[in-house]
Design a protein around this ligand. Sequence first.
Ligand code: NDP
Ligand code: BG6
Length: 482
Amino acid sequence: MNTNFDLVIFGGTGDLAMRKLFPALFLADTDARLHQGGRIIAAARQALTDEEFRAKVSDALNRFLPKPPSAANLEKFLARLSYFALDVNNPVQYAEMKKSLDARDSQTVFYLSVGPTLFPPIINGLRSAGLNTPDTRIVLEKPLGRDLQSSRDINQLVLSAFAESQVYRIDHYLGKETVQNLLALRFGNTLLEPLWNRTWVRDVQITIAETVGVETRGEFYDSTGAMRDMVQNHLLNLLCMTAMEPPSSLDPDAVRDEKLQVLRSLKPWTQQTLHDDIVRGQYRGGTLKGEAVPAYAAEPGVSPQTETETFLALRTEIANWRWGGVPFFLRTGKRMAERRAEIVISFKSPPHSIFESPLAPNRLVITLQPEENVRLYTMAKAPGDGMRLREVHLDLDFKDFFHERRQDAYERLLLDVLRGNPTLFMRNDEADAAWRWVQPMLDHWTTSNLSPAAYGAGSWGPPAASRLTARDGTAWHEELGG
Ligand code: NDP
Ligand code: BG6
């Protein structure tokens, strides 16, 4: 990293900063990827000295890094950090912040690691202090608003103070190594492309299942739900990377133009599909990995009468020549049976079978976590007499080939912001198209007053989720033995 920088993290004492941002920055620093003069300034209301703040970060690094930091690396990293106490609603304090930033010839980045209701005072504060100069960058954490209108209001406000090229709307799923590998797999090989369409693909499933509940974020989650927290951003981005046409280059806008086309081609909702093609769920108490866990409604910060969904499965289609008629199933949930994020492409069965054994459809499974690998399920002859076919799989495990350290998603994205590469960030029109598709679902739930279906913690969601795939003559990957 050759550019000197000042990275200001609003919300720099929060959960995201401590669990993800500082560990990611530490790893980048340890790999000598940060300019040696780069400064990281955390801003929040709590009164803390620099030393007290550094002690907090040191504690977080010890807890959240894969292995404890060495004393030398820790000391070097902590020396970059300082703390600036401010209430973002107080416009006066931005002028003070400006004094310390003006004194340096460096790239300034403002990272808004706060809830979206604090975006307007911060953007207005930066503008009134003249901190929105053309060479600054601003990073907006998700969720970008609560609905189409509030996201438009935020985008309008941010674009009144910064140019689109200065705005980095972050979605950490786009920074995950395997998501990048999806580009390599699809566009660095010729093997898959002829099959990657409605002629050969039977259905596509994209799942992000978590075993965690809402942990310390009950209050935030209860006003958010799985649709806003996971589907509107992470799942739709994975869908775009899976379904988009080959971009003309890796130029940021070439990639983002193709993603946008997918979002614009998502089949519009009708009253019928809103009713039939979406399953909302909420976890009840249950057992996970042998331990009893409480119901969502009993989690700290959650209303006992909550109607928020902690699980969502839906069926959609992409109305274009490549994908017309192919079901795309998206699914996410908290407190599910396993932590698993995967994209499953199921191929059509052979048009005529010469075997007595039933033929399971070929499936290509791209796993993002907990491991990063690609598995192809195929049919093979079982040893012995006769032609008995059995399903086997070919595995491509990236760790067998690459021994370099895997970059964390936030690490990659923070470095991209510092370098000025927006490819893996959402453009305004992408965010808008995603919200436009999501809004009818939110409206439907408000007007229909439907409660989410119950599912036991530690399960794969409500039974209705299995009926959703069964209607298309298919089943979720784990139900097929994956
Ligand atoms: P937290 O509630 O843990 O942190 C909020 C931060 O904002 C704290 O540093 C708080 O410090 C500061 N803050 C709150 N009000 C003010 C104010 N008026 N002036 C100045 N600072 C203020 O939230 P998270 O870190 O969990 O989340 C931050 C954002 O990131 C949210 O939008 C969340 O949705 C998003 N996000 C979070 C993820 C996570 O895993 N936590 C994952 C992905 C996105 P203080 O109270 O001292 O002012
Ligand atoms: C965040 C959501 O964006 O992504 C969390 O707010 C969720 O609710 C998290 O747990 C999942 O990210 P990962 O990388 O742990 O799968």
